[in-house]
Write a protein that binds this ligand. Structure first.
Ligand code: IMP
Ligand code: MG
Length: 220
């Protein structure tokens, strides 16, 4: 991925970010390339589907889901579901799933769309719950980013975009305390930025992962 590295020089919110702390791991072009490839695979695999549904895991997967959906030529529907798994800097070891409306995906071909897989807890829980409660015809997972070194829970992810190192990343939907989701690229945040950017810890409300800067690479 060496040719995708760069600097975050087009981010000007100096109140919220120190751009010197951003190291870009995926440029917008690299993201587009990954999204195009995934859409191509999905278009091939679901060419004969009688009903495809994309289930977006809020909030981080929103930009990915929308970009991917626009590239999927097979007719499909959208659903949205929230998964909460972290409280402050700790994983609760439990994922709370919130759905504002019935998924209504019985007998459909379903793909869960998430921004990133880390321990696998979020997707492992979602897959089990959707299989048991919704009885779709088929169920697959699609993630843009894969942190394979941190996997603790078994999940069968059919569609991976890019495998990244074990770093906390932001941008393109991924947040740190609700900030940086709007960045058009995906970048690494240094631990110094992580601690200084904490605001009200409100991220626990949407289940997003809040990094522990002191966390060792093999513990969670
Ligand atoms: P898992 O349940 O440990 O696989 O974590 C998946 C969830 O944690 C994702 O849906 C994200 O919300 C969040 N997450 C994991 N790693 C990162 C990261 O590097 N940046 C931002 N959010 C992350
Ligand atoms: Mg998130």
């Amino acid at each position: 991925m060496g040719n995708f590295f760069g600097t975050g020089s087009n981010y000007n919110d100096t109140e919220n970010a120190n751009e010197e702390n951003f190291e870009i791991v995926l440029t917008k072009d690299a993201i587009d390339y990954a999204v195009d490839s995934l859409a191509e695979e999905i278009n091939d695999d679901y060419a004969d589907t009688k009903g495809l549904v994309l289930v977006c895991v809020l909030k981080g997967a929103v930009p990915f889901m929308i970009d991917l959906s626009r590239k999927i030529t097979v007719p499909h529907e959208h659903r949205y579901i929230t998964a909460k798994s972290y409280l402050d800097t700790e994983s609760t070891g439990d994922v709370q799933i919130i759905s504002n409306e019935p998924l209504n995906i019985y007998d459909k071909d379903v793909i869960i769309i998430n921004d990133i897989i880390n321990t696998g807890l979020t997707l492992n829980t979602l897959v089990k719950k959707i299989r048991e409660e919704e009885n779709p015809k088929s169920l697959e997972c699609c993630v843009l980013l894969n942190k394979s070194s941190k996997r603790k829970y078994d999940v069968d992810v059919k569609y991976y975009g890019v495998t990244i190192d074990d770093e906390f990343v932001i941008g393109y939907g991924l947040d740190c305390n609700e900030k940086y989701r709007n960045l058009p690229y995906i970048a690494i945040m240094e631990p110094t930025t992580l601690t200084s950017s904490s605001d009200d810890g409100d991220d626990s409300k949407d289940g997003d992962y809040i990094p522990d800067p002191n966390e060792k690479s093999d513990s969670e």
